[in-house]
Design a protein around this ligand. Sequence first.
Ligand code: PFF
Length: 450
Amino acid sequence: MNSNQANGQREQWGSKIGFILAAAGSAVGLGNLWKFPYMAGKNGGGAFVLVYFVILFLVGFTLMMAELVLGRHTQLNAIGAYRKISKAFTWVGVLGVLAGFLILSFYSVVGGWVINYVVKSATGALHTTDTGALGDMFGQLVGGTVEPILYHGIFMVLTLAIVFGGISGGIEKASKIMMPALFIMMIILAIRSLTFEGASEGVRFLLAPDFSAINRGVVLDALGQVFFSLSLGMGCMITYGSYLSKEENIPQSAIVIPLVDTGVALLAGLAILPAVFAFGFEPGQGPGLMFVTLPAVFAQMPLGRIFELIFFTLVLFAALTSSISLLEVCVAYVVDEWKWNRKITTMTLGAVIFLMGIPASLSNGPWAHIQILGERGFFDTYDFIASNIFLPLGGLMLCLVVGWFWGIDKAVFEATNNGRIRFGLAPIWSFLVRFVAPVAILIVFIRSIM
Ligand code: PFF
């Protein structure tokens, strides 16, 4: 007996709101607060945001539905779910679990930076408007050898501690407080950032699309970002869906989760990019954007030090509600299929992921010269392979499996709780999942690989 199946019954979410918050918690994370603003900065701002929105509507909602429906129907982990539809698709689930490993390996490194920033804000080390000094501080941390690995380890330990507890543990309760707190915090920050002199240039950068900036790279990055940010394409929502009761309204959840996720990403963009322009930073500077710009914003706010501490703590929490979902994808598979004990599984996988993360951490410092894929070091290679290849490929296969092989009628039947609830968008969703989403993914994918 294992904790996924106490009394032969699969464990379920404690409540409806608990599931929504856990799934939104998985979606809202470093992808929104840290990655979205710098991806937008790197890819021409509004051009990226526009493409992101188009892909979000065509692909994001569609795949969210598909994963949740497949998960609840099969009541299985990512690999088990695909295999139940047909043995020929087992590999799609395997790809998902591998993506989980890869993503968590570098995600946890960034999570470690966040913990370090919680400590730094508690001691007041970040309380300066000297952006040069802030840049140096960030560079020193991520370029180090032992320190970032140590913090990466602490982040993994926190992740393990939560996953140890199983599904309906403290995370549901904690999410109820922390998710709304994060939302309010982001609004306050966006307002402060928007009221700096020169901020409007940042708003224009983020929201006014420069069509000439749209190219293949931008489209592939936006596609990868939709998958990454919504936790799609690797079976995370299949796994979370497998713990859903047959009463849950999946169509509703599949709309609420992406809306919350996108709202937080936009707020993060509005909190960071206007300040970037007001302070004369470079928007395309990459991963350091959140860590360097925001402290300067806080330093210019009343009670800034306290807000800063609260903010980085909330970022840490958002990262943890995502990292546990990444680990859960891998753990659920081993617990379900190999019948391993949940705690032993969690520790073993956690150790492997910690080790895989070490090269990712070092590639920002002592190993910066090592190139793995093109000019990418370990960190960027993990991100690229997972976000831009595995997740879109997983998403494409998901559409084919749900829309064509399993059968769209059966999928809609599951989505309507066997005909007991209304799903007015069913014809549109069916069309999107069978034709629009797979074709869109395929086009982006092929064009960018060529
Ligand atoms: N969606 C998370 C974020 O935006 O930070 C990252 C993530 C979590 C990706 C879970 C994939 C996943 F399965």
